[in-house]
Design a protein. Structure first.
Length: 231
């Protein structure tokens, strides 16, 4: 589901591209009358491995529906390629750590009592595996930054569904944050404001009857942070 915004009378302040975690951000921006273009263009799993082909000043998404939406967004902004983007890019690609942390993916490394050892989670091998898992997203951010765009990445809600390993979730997320930092991507990180003592998302910032997504209240905090960053 996308949440595009009309820019007929008011210029857009940013382009929003992401997975389903971008939904509450788009809804909050619309509620605040903050003009933007874009919204979710796929699921979290769609934006881990290679998902787009780089083409000079632009790119082509391999998934047809994502490419269609992307071109519609650029048309709305009256630009023909990503390099011509006149506003900051706000993105959630590759940051769904719960997907990276899917339990069965890490069974090989578990100890007899069922946990993945801290020594492994701090190892170079683990970091390499995480980077390989999200290589498509990292390539996307590399390309966007190389084009000279201002890129802001949204750290998603700190929610770990039953399908995911909490220890892997938090360790993998730390690696993703570090990878964005070395690429000069601005991180929107609300963990201090929305989590409890365990590092998990507080209920008020969780979407009801949902194990993954943030609530509209979470989206409002993201929008507030974007405004504080000058968007």
């Amino acid at each position: 589901m996308t949440t595009p915004c009309s820019t007929t009378t008011t210029p857009a302040r940013f382009l929003l591209l992401g997975d389903s975690h971008a939904g509450c951000v788009g809804q909050a921006a619309q509620a605040a009358d903050l003009p933007f273009v874009g919204g979710p263009v796929g699921s979290g799993r769609d934006f881990l491995g290679p998902f787009a082909d780089i083409d000079g000043t632009d790119l082509t998404f391999r998934r047809a529906e994502t490419q269609r939406l992307y071109r519609e967004f650029l048309d709305t902004l009256d630009v023909s390629a990503l390099a011509g983007l006149p506003v900051p890019l706000v993105c959630t690609f590759g940051l769904s750590a719960h997907t990276v942390a899917t339990r069965q993916n890490w069974d090989l490394y578990r100890e007899r009592h069922g946990t993945v050892p801290d020594t492994f989670l701090r190892s170079r091998l683990f970091a390499d595996l995480v980077r390989a898992t999200v290589r498509g997203a990292l390539a996307f951010y590399d390309h966007a930054v190389t084009l000279g765009l201002r890129v802001l990445a949204l750290l998603p809600p700190q929610r770990v569904p039953g399908m995911s390993d909490p220890d892997v979730f938090f360790a993998a997320q730390d690696i993703l944050v570090a990878e964005l930092a070395v690429r000069d991507v601005e991180l929107i990180d609300l963990r201090v404001r929305v989590t409890d003592g365990t590092g998990r998302q507080r209920p008020v910032f969780c979407r009801p009857d949902d194990t993954i997504h943030g609530s509209l209240a979470f989206g409002r905090l993201v929008v507030s942070e974007l405004l504080d960053r000058g968007l």
